[in-house]
Design a protein around this ligand. Structure first.
Ligand SMILES: [Zn+2]
Length: 242
């Protein structure tokens, strides 16, 4: 099993590095394919949950290779343009892109929470990109005024500089804590007794395996780009961060 660095807990202790911000790491190759390697630990995020795969480099003594995609099936595969022969490598994330994804993903939690509180509409899907992202809500038909209120609600939270903690929680404890958006928890199989949660303190708590910033102040400003109907009672919101 690969140890996943960014999954580690962080509860706001500024003397401890937040694991989402680790950009380089040392690792050993534990398996080689024709076009991929498996590592004993990684900070690369694999495609999933609406967040794109990280890209970057792996370096070793005397060489380097591009990491073009990271996919998790039964194992986490780092696809590379050349497979190193040596076992000891250093991983280096394309940080600009990853940090943009972290901001967008955290903004998605804020946006989903605001829309749920204002309109009781659920998040039916989402896709993060570095420059813009989208969330589909159901059941809802937003007016222009609704969108302006949602944008204002998001930016009010952002400017309050709310800490974002990440930790594991027992399912029954999380059931007590999740007063809003309980449907997210209900979609996760009951057989999973312990969940990794993202806790935007006092704003929103939900299970998530993605990467996030450590404080909402890092998000800048949410700006709505577009509203589009995706069906009878589904509306898509496209947003950017300024
Ligand atoms: Zn998340």
């Amino acid at each position: 099993m690969t140890e996943v660095i960014y999954m580690e807990e962080w509860r706001g202790d500024e003397s401890e590095q937040n694991p989402n911000y680790i950009q380089t790491f040392d690792a050993n190759i534990t398996k080689r394919g024709e076009t991929f390697v498996v590592l004993d630990k990684t900070a690369f995020y694999p495609l999933g949950g609406g967040q794109p795969s990280d890209t970057g480099l792996i370096e070793w003594e005397g060489g380097e290779s591009k990491v073009t995609e990271v996919l998790k099936k039964v194992e986490i595969r780092h696809f590379v343009d050349s497979v190193p022969e040596t076992d000891r490598v250093q991983g280096i994330l394309d940080w600009e892109k990853r940090f943009a994804h972290m901001k967008m993903h955290t903004a998605q939690h804020v946006l989903s929470s605001v829309v749920f509180k204002m309109f009781n509409a659920k998040t039916a899907g989402n896709q993060i990109h570095a420059d813009h992202s989208r969330v589909d809500f159901q059941p809802i038909k937003f007016t222009e005024e609704d969108l302006a209120n949602v944008e204002e609600g998001c930016n009010e939270i952002i400017t309050r500089s709310v800490p974002v903690h990440v930790y594991e929680e027992e399912r029954p404890v999380l059931e007590e804590k999740m007063t809003d958006q309980r449907y997210i928890l209900d979609m996760i199989p009951k057989s999973i007794p312990r969940l990794r949660v993202v806790d935007i303190l006092g704003v929103d708590i939900c299970p998530c395996a993605g990467t996030h910033v450590k404080n909402t102040s890092e998000l800048g400003k949410v700006h709505m780009l577009e509203r589009r109907s995706k069906g009878k009672d589904i509306d898509r919101i496209v947003y950017e961060l300024l």
